[in-house]
Write a protein that binds this ligand. Structure first.
Ligand SMILES: [Zn+2]
Length: 238
């Protein structure tokens, strides 16, 4: 009998807990969203123009060999943890270890909402990440950054056959490969790199109605460029 009662008690407790979870889970979620909305409502101090200038100035310091490594101290990290992030740009760039975004632009913690994937291709996850930065963090600039000697672009242009997952990623680069297929083979990779940034920058608004709307409303500007891995210089497309 005692065992039976104990079972009933445990069952009741389980039911109460289950109901509690059902009742409170939405509250927990909405509280997380509320915190997020709070960040979205607060004003991101950057404009597309000041953000683009910060990227250009930072890269110029890198090329000159005079980086200042801003926003890298403990005070910055504490402030970001307490007040949230207001990145100046969302940058879609390649995973290549020779192209670390914050180092390229001499920026620090909280400055760039960085989306890195081999070939800097805008798949759904990458688009969703850019949308998050624009809609929830008020980021006014989205940039597509490719780089010289990109392995992913080389593989795509040369028609490499890799694993299923790599092939799936390379498929995003098919349109770019097509654009350069009539060029002499030795010129195709460089041309594809130069073409990719502009091509994918322009594709962002085609692939994402959210980004298209943000551009239309004047909340977002798009930029693109190519990073030269040997000199450290970024050439911005304008
Ligand atoms: Zn690459």
């Amino acid at each position: 009998m005692t065992i039976y009662l104990s079972f009933i008690e445990n069952l009741s407790l389980a039911i109460i807990l289950a109901f509690g979870l059902v009742l409170f889970a939405p509250a927990l979620c909405s509280s997380a969203l509320a915190e997020d909305s709070h960040h979205a409502d607060a004003k991101n101090p950057w404009t597309a123009e000041t953000a683009l200038q910060a990227l250009k100035d930072g890269n110029e310091r890198v090329v000159k060999g005079t980086p200042i490594h801003p926003n890298s101290d403990q005070t910055t990290k504490t402030r970001l943890a307490q007040e949230g992030q207001f990145p100046l740009a969302a940058i879609l760039s390649c995973s290549d270890s020779r192209a670390p975004v914050e180092r390229i632009f001499d920026l620090g913690f909280g400055d760039i909402f960085s989306i890195r994937v081999a070939g800097a291709v805008p798949g759904v996850d990458e688009l969703g990440s850019i949308e998050y930065a624009v809609e929830h963090l008020g980021t006014p600039l989205a940039m597509v950054l490719h780089h010289t000697q990109c392995g992913a672009i080389t593989a795509a242009v040369m028609g490499a056959n890799e694993s299923d997952n790599i092939n799936s990623l390379l498929k995003h680069l098919d349109p770019v490969s097509k654009l350069v297929e009539k060029l002499p083979p030795e010129k195709r990779v460089a041309a594809a790199v130069a073409t990719s940034s502009v091509y994918f920058r322009d594709r962002l608004t085609t692939l994402s109605p959210v980004l298209a709307n943000a551009v239309k409303e004047g909340r977002l500007k798009l930029a693109s460029g190519v990073y030269d891995i040997s000199t450290g210089a970024v050439s911005f497309d304008d």
